[in-house]
Design a protein around this ligand. Structure first.
Ligand code: NAD
Length: 413
């Protein structure tokens, strides 16, 4: 892992750029963000005092359509992180073949310490500060770490208040009652499972044991869907702890415990493990679904899973992906593995634009079709260039983007 996350994002891109012998001017065009917005958001806290939070939005590249990407609330948010995440969104949207550019937003805050009222005022404040720069044809946010459909609902309402009319397509991941799409809540996990199934067909692991890091929208739902399909989940974790049971966890009971106590701690009949131990377990499939930078040169030699499904953004460094590939393990890169989220966000935006909504089966069928094509494109590039799937995903996406640059007249055909 590079020292900083933006350096890491660039190093993933550069591996592919070097293989493609990309011209310097193309590298320059593709690695500089179009727009960086930083705002101060004053929020009246419940104690009556005003507290000012720093908010960011990076609109990296809009050459393929309006920019798109989630908003993260976390104490460790930095501009560098938001920039890297917006860069990854740019490439993910190419791999997923959705007509969007890449963006990301973030606020430095700890939402776990907020009341609902404080969370609402911060979310409305973010839109008040950013509304000129976002919109259904400009830049479309969505949920990310510690933001959810309720936060999206406050945001769409604030946009309504400022603009004087509803614009449901300005944000995705909304509740169903407020222009959301069937299947959006499960989309990231379900999309990941569709590509995992394709990978299993190629690699052929039988009766796999699975460990999952992170137990939020991505991690909890992937655990639920996989266990419903008969897979054995032996370990899961959240920010406080991990839990392990060799003969498989009862995932629904774990979810009920987490929902009741807000933590995995105290769940009976399991061994408590650390997040680091979870990553190094003897399992067949490992699903990092929390934060970035968890599998790097430092621990890659201890990673035993045959398949790593990168449901989080940036969990595996470029160096670690290469090393895993050399050891015969497969890391399905974030920009492919978690692209189900933005794909169903795209479906939500389409449905908002036409004012007509699809049934869940229709959404899932369309999602599967897109995920299988995306996997095939990346897998073929991996075979053609003899590289890991991460580098292959960038090769595929950069080649597509170069055509866009040519057609738009930035570079000669
Ligand atoms: P979330 O807020 O719903 O859940 C985050 C989970 O990570 C929580 O269970 C939390 O306890 C856990 N966590 C936080 N810090 C941790 C740590 N240090 N170690 C272990 N666990 C930790 O967020 P989410 O939406 O599930 O997002 C998780 C990852 O998936 C992020 O990288 C996000 O960018 C990515 N992702 C999410 C979506 C989506 O649709 N939600 C789409 C694409 C990618």
């Amino acid at each position: 892992m590079e020292e900083n996350i933006w350096g890491e994002a660039l190093s993933q891109f550069n591996r592919a750029a070097n293989i493609l012998k990309l011209d310097d001017q193309v590298v320059e065009l593709l690695t500089n963000p179009k727009r960086i917005i930083q705002v101060s958001i004053p929020v009246r806290m419940d104690n009556g005092k005003i507290k000012v939070f720093q908010g960011f939005r990076v609109q990296f590249n809009d050459l393929r359509g309006p920019t798109k990407g989630g908003i993260r609330y976390h104490p460790n948010v930095t501009l560098d992180e938001v920039k890297a995440l917006s860069f990854w969104m740019t490439w993910k949207n190419v791999v997923a073949d959705v007509p969007f550019g890449g963006a990301k937003g973030g606020v430095i805050c700890n939402p776990k310490e907020f009341s609902q009222g404080e969370l609402e005022r911060l979310s409305r404040g973010y839109i008040e500060a950013m509304h000129k720069f976002i919109g259904a044809e400009k830049d479309i946010p969505a949920p990310d770490v510690y933001t959810n459909p309720q936060v999206m609902a406050w945001m769409v309402d604030e946009y309504h208040r400022i603009e004087g009319h509803n614009v449901f397509g300005m944000i995705t991941g909304k509740p169903l009652e407020l222009g959301g799409s069937q299947g959006r809540a499960e989309a990231t996990a379900q999309g990941g499972i569709y590509v995992l199934e394709e990978a299993i067909k190629k690699i052929g692991v039988k009766k796999p044991l699975i460990a999952i890091q992170g137990f939020g929208n991505a991690g909890k739902i992937v655990a639920r869907l996989l266990s419903k399909s008969g897979f054995k989940i032996v370990a899961v974790s959240d920010s406080k702890t991990g839990i392990y049971k060799q003969d498989g966890l009862d995932v629904e009971r774990v979810i009920a415990h987490k929902e009741k106590t807000k933590s995995l701690q105290g769940f009976k009949g399991v061994k408590e493990i650390t997040n680091e131990e979870l990553l190094e377990l003897y399992v067949d499939i490992l699903i990092p679904a929390a934060l970035e930078g968890v599998i790097t040169a430092k621990n890659v030699e201890n990673i035993r899973a045959k398949i790593i499904l990168e449901l989080a953004n940036g969990p595996v460094s470029a160096e670690a992906r290469e090393r895993l590939y050399a050891k015969g393990q497969v890391s399905i890169p974030d920009i492919l593995a978690n692209s189900g989220g933005v794909t169903v966000s795209y479906f939500e935006w389409v449905q908002n634009n036409m004012g007509y909504f699809w049934k869940e089966e229709e959404v899932l069928e369309k999602l599967k079709e897109k995920m299988v094509v995306a996997f095939d494109n990346v897998y073929s590039a991996s075979k053609e260039f003899k590289v890991d799937l991460g580098t292959a995903a960038y090769i595929y996406a950069i080649k597509t983007m170069v055509k866009v640059l040519e057609y738009r007249g930035y570079i000669k055909r």
